[in-house]
Design a binder for this molecule. Structure first.
Ligand SMILES: Nc1ncnc2c1ncn2[C@@H]1O[C@H](COP(=O)(O)OP(=O)(O)OP(=O)(O)O)[C@@H](O)[C@H]1O
Length: 310
């Protein structure tokens, strides 16, 4: 059985109030690094907390390492083999990092503790109240992996990390994938998923709007291009595959979804002073490929995610 198997999972807060997640169905395969993306308020944290048994589902269910999330005893047992990095770490301010890790080791084990502390370097001798956000996050990462879990679930793992530590975290996850650890994490940063994820799901307003491998998503997202020309561009500058063109004097920005050779040949007709090509912000991917009309209706019974998971 897949390490995470989610079936028609729905969570409503309050009496018939906010539908935070709505009939989610997907599975995370063994050894897979799975990114769970979506804008603020999409329902990522709600999904994660429900998978960990910290919130009870309104409808539907999920199996995590074979345990039904509604079966408290089975879930407690399964959680011994799960690592969890919450969005809100909630460490005891008066404890040192060392004490936090000792406590975790006593419950779940800590065979990888030293190895992880060499990669992520929280000042373990200090009290948590003296920690920066990034240090707390690093302590959380060490805690999530130190008992060598089979499945790791993380909520926004790179939040608060400086670029060097983000890079270390990405490299670490690549080696984890080689070791066969199954990883499920949420993010709203596309660069987080670019290198390390096998597949990603995109959540929007509580519904899955896409579930596919990363290459497919990035191909569809195109590239954000900014070109500075020696002269103001003419109308002929607008060519196939350029979306969202914006011009300011001789600088043109656009999203490009066509063939790269065609773009380079086209640019060769102009006197180009500067060119920048980068990944589009995730929001742009949403706008172009998962826009309003692809968001399933709240009352629709269409199994949209499965349909996309071809
Ligand atoms: N305790 C709560 N009571 C009522 N509504 C809530 C509660 N927690 C979350 N919500 C609502 O549920 C929806 C999903 O929130 P959730 O925190 O799961 O999203 P998220 O994708 O994790 O967002 P973010 O990226 O901002 O953390 C939002 O509309 C949010 O306002």
């Amino acid at each position: 059985m897949a390490p995470i198997e989610v079936t028609d999972l729905t969570k409503r807060y309050g009496d018939g109030g906010v539908v935070a997640i709505d009939s989610l169905s997907f599975s995370v395969e063994e050894g897979e690094v799975f990114g769970f993306l979506g804008p603020n308020g999409a329902g990522k944290t709600t999904t994660i907390r429900t998978l960990l048994g910290l919130l009870s589902p309104t409808e539907g269910t999920a199996q995590v390492l074979g345990a039904d999330i509604r079966d408290e005893a089975a879930l407690i047992e399964a959680k011994r083999r799960i690592g969890y990095l919450p969005a809100d770490l909630g460490f005891d301010e008066g404890m040192t990092g060392e004490q936090v890790l000792d406590h975790h080791a006593a419950i779940k084990g800590g065979e990888r503790r030293e190895e992880l502390l060499e990669l992520f370097t929280p000042p373990v001798e200090r009290e948590i109240r003296e920690y920066s956000t990034g240090n707390e996050q690093m302590l959380g990462i060490v805690q999530a992996f130190m008992h060598d879990p089979d499945l790791v679930i993380m909520d926004e793992p790179t939040s608060g990390l400086d670029p060097l530590k983000q890079e270390a975290f990405h490299a670490f996850l690549e080696t984890e994938r080689e070791r066969g650890t199954t990883v499920f994490f949420s993010s709203h940063v596309l660069s987080d998923v670019r290198r390390i994820c096998d597949r990603i799901a995109i959540l929007r307003e509580g519904r899955l709007v896409a579930l596919e491998d990363v290459e497919t998503l990035l191909d569809r997202g195109g590239k954000r291009v900014r070109v500075r020309l020696a002269d103001d561009p003419d109308e002929a500058f607008l060519t196939d595959g350029m979306l969202d063109r914006r011009m300011s004097d001789s600088t043109v920005t656009f999203t490009y979804v066509g063939e790269y050779n065609a773009l380079l040949n086209h640019l060769a007709n102009y006197d180009v002073l500067d060119v920048e090509i980068k990944e589009p912000p995730l929001e742009d991917v949403f706008m172009h490929y998962y826009g309003e009309d692809t968001v399933p209706e709240r009352d629709s019974s269409t199994p949209h995610a499965e349909a996309l998971d071809a």
